[in-house]
Design a protein around this ligand. Structure first.
Ligand SMILES: Cc1cc2nc3c(=O)[nH]c(=O)nc-3n(C[C@H](O)[C@H](O)[C@H](O)COP(=O)(O)OP(=O)(O)OC[C@H]3O[C@@H](n4cnc5c(N)ncnc54)[C@H](O)[C@@H]3O)c2cc1C
Length: 647
């Protein structure tokens, strides 16, 4: 029997803000009986501390969807000209848009007049900061971009930005304790859920050797005795999993490594497991969500070659060598050099966005080091000040970008945007579109059909990063886990925050302290082609209320941590759901994108071509969902613009 809403604590007064018909309301605040809490929740001017539904929160996409549905423009609509004139207007204040401003100023000087417009009430795009205050203790979480990490080494350009921002990635060894949880007897665990596996069971690693990574079962299933005795799977399936991990049989005899890779690139890992390695079909359920964090889909839509490159088991006997074959995904290329360039701020790469804003507008974010930025409080009132050369205007959805005159000869671009329900416009000598590519065809009719189609094809991968603040993590310690792989659950990965202490920020070190727990969900729909899964997942996310997320969070914690005595009504202090219907940039997949396997024009190259006085950035321009791509594409867009625009 499922616990009732009351047992789950759905009526408990915690920090969570939601929206009714686009208006923020403080759920539970009245129950708190605290007018201070209610005021803080309903009218906070400080976006990082807003809880409840974040990411693409209700109300943030109304204008964009009206543009999509062709219901926005009425014949009489004319934006009111604010009279502002800029050298450059940038659409999108994510890391690509902020980097574009940074690169442009390097060429044009700090007095260049730049306006950055963004839909959201915070800057940084996917690099999103979540702040919490639990009884006076400040806790940070990442609502999107997790770390400086990339499958390929950072380019010299991207590295130069990181260095110029003062970030020292080698400090990771100093600021991150990678043994905190294992020293407390905690490690990875697998949570088998009843609907998928027939019984709710948490199987912790009996001998944790290190703090577990996000959603990684770690060595759990390699402690075979324990796994075979307890995992709620058939003996045949468990023996198959063991064979897949340890067996050295060549399942594709008679083929060369290149021929094998060519076959593997054209079949799913799920098919490889059942049809080539001969595993019991229930084994697929066990591995299903392993690639979610990178690909946004499961092993039904990830190629076997990608699974091999990504490090999933079953290939020991194939002698594939180390070189990837054609069609391998970005995420499946292993690079030792890239692995070394890794850094995690407590708010993820939101710190990069904040450091970029500090460069552009020093008064908005005080301090002068990459360590003090962690706790620096941004002054949002300083972002868009009259008289400032660079301005960042939030909660502003661009609806149209239009050359004033012929695209090839115009001297100005008009950028129309909606802020506070008002359609306004500014003019600029140049414009960079650093927003999501799939949005661009709705902003302009000045592009050829082929480029419009290429832009539209970059529809993003939906994903949800949720931060749940617990009053303490005693239950995790008692259950012996700091990270869960939960292949059938609502959230497929759960992890206690990384133990990072930087500047004035102290991470929780004792189980009785409050902590942020990260949960990940990719709303994919197995069985469909990857893009269709993303489309269906996006629709699902837009239709999912905060209440549904909250109920699932409470239910999953209660069931997964029952052995640790977790009480969802007692132990949860705050919830922030970072919903990203337009999440990762779509990366090409050998199963569904023939040009990626067989060669041919890549849509992202067609999509990013500049026109007139407009250039196109964003990570979509590289079809590569990483921070370095956002920076590299900003640099390329600025170069495109300064190379092509006249005057
Ligand atoms: C959940 C998640 C986790 C990730 N983790 C990592 C990681 O660990 N490491 C890593 O390197 N990368 C990671 N990535 C990828 C990385 O975040 C992105 O590649 C990078 O931040 C993209 O930056 P961007 O500026 O190109 O796009 P975005 O961050 O998406 O910014 C684009 C901005 O454009 C705005 N916009 C869109 N349309 C309009 C409009 N019409 N008018 C005005 N503004 C508009 C949006 O609001 C948005 O803020 C992650 C991505 C996600 C979603």
């Amino acid at each position: 029997m499922k616990p009732t809403d009351r047992e789950l604590g759905m009526d408990r007064p915690i920090q969570r803000r939601d929206f009714l018909n686009g208006v923020a309301v403080a759920i539970g605040a009245s129950l708190l009986g605290s007018s201070k809490a209610a005021a803080q929740q309903s009218a906070s001017p400080y976006p990082p501390s807003l809880t409840g539904m974040r990411g693409l929160y209700p109300g943030s996409f109304t204008t964009a969807h009206a543009l999509r549905d062709h219901t926005f423009w009425k014949n009489s609509d004319k934006p009111s000209d604010t009279g502002e004139r800029y050298d450059l207007v940038i659409v999108g204040g994510g890391i690509s848009g902020l980097s574009a401003a940074y690169f442009y100023r390097k060429v044009a000087g700090n007095h260049a007049r730049i306006l950055i417009l963004d839909v959201l009430d915070d800057f940084g795009g996917h690099a999103k900061r979540n702040e919490f205050d639990v009884n006076g203790r400040k806790l940070l979480g990442y609502g999107g971009t997790y770390a400086i990490e990339s499958p390929s080494p950072y380019s010299p350009i991207a590295k130069s930005v990181i260095t110029d921002l003062g970030i020292d990635v080698t400090a990771d060894a100093r600021v991150r304790d990678t043994k905190l949880y294992s020293s407390l007897g905690m490690g990875p665990g697998v949570f088998f859920d009843q609907a998928t596996f027939g019984a709710d069971l948490l199987l912790p690693d009996p001998k944790p050797e290190k703090d577990a990574d996000f959603g990684d079962p770690g060595t759990t299933e390699t402690h075979w005795k324990e796994f075979h005795e307890r995992a709620p799977m058939s003996t045949a399936a468990k023996l198959d999993i063991q064979r897949i991990y340890e067996g050295s049989k060549d399942y594709m005899p008679g083929l060369s490594p290149d021929e094998k890779k060519a076959h593997l690139a054209r079949m799913t890992y799920a098919k490889y497991l059942t049809d080539i390695a001969g595993a019991d079909p229930s084994v697929v359920k066990y591995f299903q969500t392993r690639p979610h964090a990178y690909f946004g889909v499961g092993i039904d839509a990830v190629s076997a070659q990608d699974a091999w490159g990504f490090g999933l088991p079953g290939f020991l006997g194939l002698n594939l060598g180390t070189e990837p074959g054609p069609g391998i995904s970005h995420d499946s290329i292993q690079s030792e050099e890239a692995e070394k360039y890794w850094f995690h701020f407590p708010d993820g790469n939101a710190s990069i966005a904040r450091l970029l804003v500090r460069k552009l507008l020093p008064a908005a974010i005080p301090g002068n080091s990459f360590e003090d930025v962690v706790t620096a409080k941004a002054d949002y009132a300083r972002l868009d000040e009259a008289g400032s050369a660079t301005r960042i205007r939030l909660s502003s959805t661009v609806a149209r970008v239009k050359h004033l005159g012929d695209v090839d000869t115009a001297k100005e671009v008009e950028v129309a945007y909606v802020k506070d329900g008002k359609l306004q416009s500014v003019r600029a000598a140049r414009c960079i579109l650093a927003c999501w590519h799939s949005m661009i065809p709705y902003l302009t009719d000045e592009l050829p059909q082929k480029q419009r189609a290429a832009l539209a094809s970059a529809a993003k991968v939906p994903i949800v990063y949720t931060n749940v603040v617990l009053n303490n993590w005693n239950a995790f310690q008692k259950a012996g886990v700091n990270s869960l792989y939960a292949p059938g659950s609502y959230f497929e990965a759960v992890q206690l925050d990384l133990a990072v202490t930087m500047g004035d920020y102290q991470c929780p070190r004792k189980p009785e302290e409050p902590i942020v727990v990260h949960l990940m969900k990719t709303p994919c729909h197995p069985g469909l082609p990857a893009r269709d899964q993303h489309r269906a997942g996006r629709v699902e996310l837009y239709g999912t209320t905060f209440e549904t997320f909250e109920r699932n969070i409470r239910d999953q914690f209660a069931r997964a941590l029952a052995s640790g005595g977790f009480d969802p009504a007692r132990d949860i202090a705050a919830i922030t759901v970072n919903r990203w219907p337009h999440g990762y940039a779509y990366e090409y997949n050998s199963l569904f994108d023939p040009f990626w396997l067989d060669g041919g024009e890549q849509p992202c190259v067609v999509a990013r071509q500049p026109y007139g006085r407009v250039a196109i950035a964003n990570a979509d321009a590289a079809a590569y969902s990483y921070t370095d791509a956002a920076i590299d594409e900003a640099y390329r867009a600025v170069s495109d613009l300064l190379g092509t625009a006249r005057g």
